[in-house]
Ligand binder design. Sequence first.
Ligand SMILES: O=C(O)CC[C@@H](O)C(=O)O
Ligand SMILES: [Zn+2]
Length: 467
Amino acid sequence: MSSDNQSQILSRLQGIVGEDKVKTDQDSLDTFGKDWTKIYEPKPLAIVFPKSTEEVAELVKAANELEFAIVPSGGRTGLSAGAVAANGEVVIALDRMNTISDFNAIDRTVRCGAGVITEQLQDYAEEQGLFYPVDFASAGSSQIGGNIGTNAGGIKVIKYGMTRDWVAGMKVVTGKGDVLELNKDLVKNNTGYDLRQLFIGGEGTLGIVTEATMRLDRAPKDLSVLVLGVPEFEAIMDVLHAFQNKLDLTAFEFFSDKAMRKVLARGDVPAPFETQAEYYALLEFEAENEELVNSAMEVFEYCVEQGWVLDGVISQSETQAQNLWRLREDISETIAEWTPYKNDISVVVSKVPPFLREIEEVVNREYPDFEIIWFGHIGDGNLHLNILKPEGLAKEEFFEKCAKVSTWVFEIVEKYQGSVSAEHGVGMTKKPYLQYTRSEVEIEYMRAMKRVFDPKNVMNPGKVIDL
Ligand SMILES: O=C(O)CC[C@@H](O)C(=O)O
Ligand SMILES: [Zn+2]
């Protein structure tokens, strides 16, 4: 792009959002040009901070006219490079659109600007005696618009579903610059195609979500957390099955001993119990009355009798419950110092054990010095596969080897009819592998949709699919 073009674009942006809301300093470009993927060099042209849907629509129209690309940006906590601007794009950061309004106690809904932080909504719901259930470790920085764009999942999906299930209505600016108000917050609205669903999880490739009405729920009462030591991976599924038959679980997570040891080594949280097991399951349920607690204890004893569980602990206080959760939630951040290879994959729950074993076998056989760290939302069939870079192995060589790992893993994903991205989206990192989960015909329909909503390919180009 010539410098004339660049200055034309910049002055147009300034005309729309105001001079001080267009940033081109190196610090802003570096910060807003990337997400947590960390493997791409950010190179945006500018970062703009609009305040309203109208301003966003003007920005998108300008992009169509002056032919520049847009990257929508929320809390930038994504792990698939969906919010990376590495090719001179204009980043639209929704941070200033962070108002919560129009709470409706009867409908149990609240309107959020796209820039509302997840935790801000969770706290707001709590103040109203209600609950916003989509939750994950990055809730303190991720934004509602980004959650919708990526259909964020997290640790409570087993009971509450993904972000998709909590969007009552939303406003989007399409890639053509049209403003759509979708679904009008209705529970029942059988009037043909539900366009909401295309933008939810569309990763900003069809348009930008600027506002949304989010549903809230009854607040769960007296949540209890159980951590169980499990000697064999296969037994975790028996444990899940046994507990699900008796209790309505709000979470069922797992992590390996290797993962937990890394968290414990930081010295912030105590070990759950002395017995060491190869894997741990973390369960959460509403212990509203004694009957439910007794029921949980009976299942626990049954699991011990069967040899599926070696030891366990049930939280006796809120602090203990939080500490048990930290054993699971702190893993991702803790292992970041080993420059891990990351993957986020899923299969139907019943196929999880052979699926994991097959992946483990191939990695162990080909690269015996690689340390695999398993954890994830196993109650939903979602595994997080992390591999730590061995000390002394150069980063480049490690990532070259990991590219091979990806191909083996995705071949196994295809064999098990799973997904190459369970909850982290496609972005740039999973784009080359989409065909392991989506058929060619399906991908062609996706391209056709992209052409309808964003004919000039200004919206987050190079993410999810290529035209
Ligand atoms: O870092 C990862 O691999 C997963 C991050 C996140 O989805 C989690 O469940 O902790
Ligand atoms: Zn996760």
